[in-house]
Design a protein around this ligand. Structure first.
Ligand code: FES
Length: 159
């Protein structure tokens, strides 16, 4: 028959606070782990609304010295967070459009040799004057902006 020494009883008495400490440490680690997963999910879900707000916040962009753009060429620029393009057509007219494809959001490019706006992702095409979708999968036209030529540059605005 064995009898427990006082030292063994002391270890048992310390074991309960150790268990409590380990439990608290695991709980704190669990909270940190949950936060590490939840925060990116929150940012992902919140970002479309924030991006939409940022996109509408910008109403006008001045493109310095863009009035010098040769005819038959285009200039890519950012209108808020989104890419856009300014086209100087051969007849001297100016057209500003968003450069985001309405199909799946790829950035479109102006092709001066064909005078169309082309999306390389799935072959979508748009009219370079009106922005109308004319071929491929894009369901809607490109958004058109107003372009005003001044001495210092070209002012592109929503309306
Ligand atoms: S993303 Fe432009 S055609 Fe599909």
């Amino acid at each position: 028959m064995s009898k427990r020494t006082s030292n063994e009883r002391g270890l048992d008495a310390e074991a309960v606070p150790r268990r409590a400490f380990v439990g608290m440490a695991l709980g704190a680690a669990g909270v940190c782990y949950a936060g590490a997963i939840a925060y990116p999910v929150y940012r992902y879900l919140a970002s479309p609304a924030e991006r939409a707000e940022a996109a509408t916040a910008v109403t006008e962009v001045t493109l310095k010295d863009a009035q010098k753009l040769p005819t038959g060429s285009a200039l890519m620029f950012r209108f808020g967070p989104k890419p856009a393009m300014l086209i100087h057509h051969a007849d001297g007219s100016w057209v500003a459009l968003t450069a985001v494809c309405t199909h799946l959001g790829c950035t479109v490019q102006y092709q001066p040799e064909r005078n169309v706006i082309h999306c390389a992702c799935h072959g979508g095409e748009y009219d370079s004057v009106t922005g109308k979708n004319i071929a491929g999968p894009p369901p809607r036209p490109l958004t058109r902006y107003v372009a005003k030529v001044t001495d210092k540059g070209v002012v592109v605005s929503r309306s």
